[in-house]
Design a protein around this ligand. Sequence first.
Ligand code: GDP
Ligand code: CA
Length: 327
Amino acid sequence: MTAPLRIVALSGGVGGARFMRGLLAWGAATGTPLDVTVIANTGDDMRLHGLQVCPDLDTLMYTLGGAIHEGQGWGREDERFTVAEELRPYGVGWEWFTLGDRDLATHLARTSLLATGLSLSEATARLAARWDLPVTLVPMSDQPVETHVELASGETVHFEEWWVRTRAAAPARRFVQVGVDDAAPAPGALAAIAAADLVLLPPSNPVVSVGTILGVPGLADALRACAAPLVGVSPIISGAAVRGMAEACLAAVGVAATAADVALDYRARHGLLDGWLVDDADAGSLPRLAAAGIAAEARPLWMTDAEATAAIAGAAVELGRLLSSPR
Ligand code: GDP
Ligand code: CA
């Protein structure tokens, strides 16, 4: 039996989770054994009603565990909202942040596991065991790191409040990773990076998902030190985020919302990125990427269905293989 291809991916929630599912489908369809570790962004985490909520970890877990609400891309399928309805008359909590009953059970389980002294990595592994996940799911760090948004008005809000409640309406001046100075990469993350054959950046938000992960001290260093090629998939097509408002995040960090500028920024800011997939609509940017020494290819990058998503993931793996073969 051929040794499995060891892949590490740095992922946010919805975009990353869909891509990961496509990667696993591609592996199954092509008979390629894969050993996948997903390092998840935890910068969107928050404390709500005393519970530890980890939106991106949960989206990954539900998606890869086959329990995601497909239409939404986040939350549980067949959800009910008895607790939220009972909380409303008390006037507590965040009305704008959906908390379904099934989802609440995850937060309760996580919070009680953490209260017994488990690290977030350990608690995540315990939760993931229920879903028999086809990947190893690890948080970027065991220490809390929260993304806050400094608005042009000077006010600072939690990222989820800016993103979900105001739909990024007010321009962000900058993002602050509260706690990042005291954070270290989760042990499982470093071990997986050291052993990786290939590192993938799914089409996750480059600023508040992948960028937050890369901001954990030591994580980008580990990626630069590892021999595996790093290949990314553009979340930007034709100058706009495919779903959501990633442009608003890129604007705050002074990066133009184009597929090529996002790639060049990974290079400039972190000294990372060997290969990059852009959508066919952005094929015009290939010479610019090649000039910067980034091996880029144009393909359809809309994750419209399972088959299209698997093809995108397969293309990323093939590009990685090309880059790791002796030249
Ligand atoms: P979040 O944490 O739930 O916001 O999810 P991620 O950070 O993992 O992914 C969000 C990003 O996914 C957005 O910036 C989108 O541009 C990107 N995205 C969503 N759907 C698609 C798609 O079909 N194709 C591509 N290329 N990118 C997508
Ligand atoms: Ca997220």
